[in-house]
Design a protein around this ligand. Structure first.
Ligand code: 5AD
Ligand code: SF4
Length: 476
């Protein structure tokens, strides 16, 4: 879900206000029209937020453009999770700043997770931007743009305890028309010691259930066939109906979304090992359209390191949750996030992370070396004492092992038949489709007449790499 190397193409389209939710490319400038360009970094939540921003700007008469040079307003939706993500944003801002020499009057804005921490630096010290808008302040964008147009700096980094943008219909940007993301909650109340998210995105709050179900229904009616419910910790979703006082937890929400239509696939991310319940697992098992795939970040395989990370579970607890998943949903795939080289991690502790990859049989993992973030618990309490060389070599070992485990996982699928939701042409050939199975594995297979993106089809796997399954169609 997290993208450390995002393409520098933004999410850049024209929006026709007549067709809520649909997006059109803009080809050329019409005099008098105003255009915005938006580029997003970081997690899916950030990409999802950009779709809310697009909706708010479209209502103000702004059209989206993919062409930086056409833009009157350039926005960059930023991530703070690792130092590298911040460096990338800085480079982009310098490029945007140069555009101002050719086209005075254009406005540049920083949105998202870097807003709070770096507002002073961007606005005053480096004078790179005109607007700084935090993740809970997007409703204020039109007003902040007007302030900036008057030559003042537009800034709002207020973090809310209530804002969920529940009533805003996101404008789907960069969409394949088949799969979409739905934000179900914002913020995070866990205090993992390495993580900046609670500081950049504020307190956890769950979105009103009916608006989530309505968004899923609307997407299905527009032809979408897959939704991914997004939150930093979906298992702590909790919404109380103010009238009936009925409490809807994550298991119940999953069920409600699954019931929108049997042909609407439901995915979710991210699960927390301390909170994922058997009730959720039984709900996944009970509905064919809830995908058999759980992203369950372990972070480390060693209990002492997990304690320092303040993850509030240990190796035994994680192992038990993995066993419960495989018992209740036998063909479930589990993926993970892993941080290597956390403060004081020894070689023996690092090897426990390696053994966890084998033991839990992760189908894939997002793997990082520890990057100290200012303001976090770890930055305050522990020395970042593992040399960069050691962090990098441990990361290499982890990547190498995960690739082997993924390859083994995929080879076990050879000969099996899967239901696939077609997403579009494969990257390599327009003679082939790509799509995912329930376990979130990418499968490529030859096109057959009559099939199109958004259709389900059955395929048989005939070969595998560590990243992809290769299949043939099945004739009934
Ligand atoms: N350094 C390295 N990786 C981090 N992550 C979060 N914070 C840090 C950090 N300071 C990773 C975690 C998390 C994922 C989104 O990013 O693995 O699950
Ligand atoms: Fe997403 Fe966290 Fe990065 Fe913010 S800091 S964009 S929440 S990954």
């Amino acid at each position: 879900m997290y993208n450390d190397n995002p393409t520098l193409e933004g999410l850049q389209h024209k929006i026709d206000p007549q067709k809520q939710g649909e997006v059109f490319f803009q080809e050329s400038v019409k005099p008098g029209d105003k255009y915005f360009y938006i580029e997003s970094y970081g997690c899916q939540m950030n990409f999802s937020d950009s779709e809310i921003v697009a909706s708010i700007l479209a209502a103000e008469g702004f059209q989206a453009t993919r062409n930086l040079e056409m833009a009157d307003l350039i926005l960059i939706n930023t991530c703070s999770i690792r130092e590298k993500a911040e460096e990338t944003v800085r480079k982009r801002l310098r490029i945007f700043d140069k555009l101002k020499t050719n086209k005075p009057g254009i406005l540049v804005g920083v949105l998202g997770c870097m807003a709070e921490r770096l507002k002073k630096k961007f606005l005053e010290d480096e004078k790179l931007v005109d607007l700084v808008v935090g993740p809970d302040a997007y409703r204020d964008l039109p007003q902040l743009v007007a302030t900036a147009e008057d030559g003042e700096k537009g800034i709002n980094v207020f973090l809310s305890r209530e804002e969920t943008y529940a009533d805003i219909a996101p404008l789907r940007l960069d969409s394949n028309g088949v799969a979409a993301f739905i934000s179900i909650m914002r913020g995070c109340d866990n205090m993992c010691s390495f993580c900046v998210v609670p500081f950049t995105r504020g307190r956890e709050r769950s979105r009103e259930v009916y608006s989530i179900v309505a968004e899923a229904t609307d997407l299905f009616e527009k032809g979408y066939r897959e939704v991914t419910l997004l939150g930093q910790n979906v298992d702590s979703f909790k919404w109380e109906n103010p009238e009936t006082k009925e409490v809807v937890n994550f298991a119940r929400l999953l069920e409600l979304v699954a019931k929108v239509h049997p042909d609407l696939r439901v995915r979710f991310s991210t699960s927390h090992p301390k909170d994922i319940t058997d009730e959720v697992l039984h709900t996944i098992a009970a509905y064919e359209n809830i995908c058999n795939y759980i992203h369950l970040p372990v972070q480390s395989g060693n209990s002492r390191v997990l304690d320092l990370m303040n993850r509030t579970y240990d190796r035994e607890w994680y192992t038990e949750r993995v066993e419960a998943i495989y018992r209740i949903i036998p063909d479930c795939a589990i993926s993970s996030d892993i941080i290597t080289g956390f403060c004081t991690e020894t070689d023996a502790e690092h090897r426990e992370t390696l053994s966890m990859i084998e033991q839990a049989d992760f189908s894939m993992s997002y793997m990082f070396y520890y990057s100290e973030r200012p303001g976090t618990l770890a930055a305050k309490k522990y020395a970042d004492d593992i040399p960069l060389e050691t962090k990098k070599s441990r990361l290499q070992e982890i990547i190498r092992l995960q690739n082997q485990v993924s390859f083994r996982h995929n080879k076990r699928d050879i000969g099996k038949t899967f239901k696939v939701l077609i997403e579009g042409d494969s990257k390599r050939s327009d003679q082939q489709f790509k799509g995912r199975n329930s376990q979130n594995k990418m499968i490529v297979f030859p096109k057959t007449p009559g099939l199109k993106p958004g259709d389900y089809t059955h395929v048989r796997v005939i070969d595998a790499t560590s990243a992809t399954l290769i299949a043939e169609g099945i004739t009934a």
